[in-house]
Design a protein around this ligand. Structure first.
Ligand code: ADP
Ligand code: MG
Length: 344
């Protein structure tokens, strides 16, 4: 999914713990959960922070601080904002290095690292192919693109055509187009989580468009639980509950964002090796990792790989990953060894 900027309008809800007055001598038990919500990157965010009654944190100010961070993120890396830093880089035909913001530097550095680790399956230069198949900021095609158009578009794609060095970025061909949709939400979750921790808060859950990072405990003292959805579009039901502890959780799946032409299903995830939308039996990949950006990128990379390669890749790289695979009679789940302790 790409992301666009909506006018940030947020709701501020305060959930107070029902008073336990008199029963417990300790102030410690008077924890409350504050819910901070808003919109960013064409989706919503939901943040829960747990604070004690003695907390000095100004929640209104923190909510504004979070919105400011996300507005800045969009101004740096949205491909829906025509004058974002990334859009200007994409529009420019200039091959000389340009200085990039610290945000872009951090995201592109990680994207390139994951691109290499996945042997090109995660490729942030895949944008022209994404647009060709109708998932970018441009139009949805009426028919599949011709082999010829596919081939010429593939000439414009490849991480080897992008160089990031000492905080400067340059393209080696004038038409290179960088699309950070696949890890920008995860990055957003990371910077919001880091900001919340800077305010001295140690118990929280940050969620942007399904990407999550959590730490500590709920106001009830329980660990945070996360539900992995069933891979169906007809209803929202739980497939598996996990307890990720102090980690991020990212899921990539092709069962929600797709369209059909002539009865054929087109995923929004492109295999850079073929230039075409993925077409295999793996329907969703969930990754648990300390960094939301890394989890986000890895889940997409493994989604591109397909069931066999993805499982081998996850075991080889010691990743906590969970897969849902379509079979003739329903779905089967598979976890890597490292994921098993997180299963509820
Ligand atoms: P979501 O979390 O919204 O389901 P993902 O994180 O899985 O989306 O990323 C999918 C988006 O990433 C696509 O909409 C497209 O913009 C971009 N994309 C598609 N294929 C690739 C790829 N092979 N490498 C990097 N980005 C991709
Ligand atoms: Mg994702």
């Amino acid at each position: 999914m790409g992301f666009k900027m909506n006018k940030l309008k947020s709701i501020f809800v305060l959930t107070l713990l029902i008073a336990l007055s008199g029963c417990f001598p300790s102030n410690d038990l008077e924890k409350q959960e504050v819910l901070l919500q808003g919109k960013t990157m064409g989706t919503t965010y939901n943040i829960k922070v747990v604070v004690g009654s003695e907390s000095q944190v100004d929640m209104k100010q923190m909510h504004q601080g979070i919105d400011d961070l996300l507005v800045q993120l969009n101004q740096e890396m949205s491909t829906y904002i025509k004058d974002s830093e990334l859009s200007l880089f994409n529009q420019s035909k200039d091959l000389s290095p340009v200085k990039v913001s610290a945000g872009l530097d951090r995201v592109i550095t990680e994207a390139i690292r994951l691109g290499q680790l996945s042997e090109g399956k995660l490729d942030i230069t895949v944008g022209p192919l994404v647009n060709l198949w109708g998932f970018g900021p441009d139009f949805r095609p009426e028919t599949s693109p011709s082999e010829q158009l596919l081939e010429s578009t593939r000439q414009r794609v490849g991480l080897d055509k992008l160089v990031l060095k000492n905080g400067t970025l340059n393209k080696l061909i004038p038409d290179l187009y960088v699309d950070l949709s696949t890890i920008a939400k995860g990055y957003g979750v990371d910077i919001v989580a880091e900001y919340i921790e800077q305010q001295g808060i140690e118990n929280y859950l940050v969620e942007i468009g399904g990407e999550m990072r959590l730490k500590g405990f709920k106001h009830t003292g329980e660990l945070w639980h996360v539900a992995i959805e069933k891979p169906v579009t007809t209803e929202r039901a739980v497939q598996q509950v996990i307890v990720p502890k102090d980690n991020a959780v990212a899921t990539s799946g092709d069962y929600r964002n797709y369209y059909e032409v002539d009865g054929q299903r087109f995923s929004h995830i492109i295999d850079p090796a073929t230039g075409k939308p993925i077409n295999h039996k793996l329907v969703s990949v969930t990754v648990i990792h300390p960094s939301s950006m890394t989890a986000d990128g890895l889940s997409t990379a493994m989604m591109v790989m397909g069931e066999e390669k993805a499982l081998a890749f996850a075991e080889q790289n010691n990743l906590a990953a969970y897969f849902i695979v379509k079979t003739d009679n329903g779905f089967v789940e598979q976890s890597t060894v490292k994921f098993i302790p997180y299963l509820k």
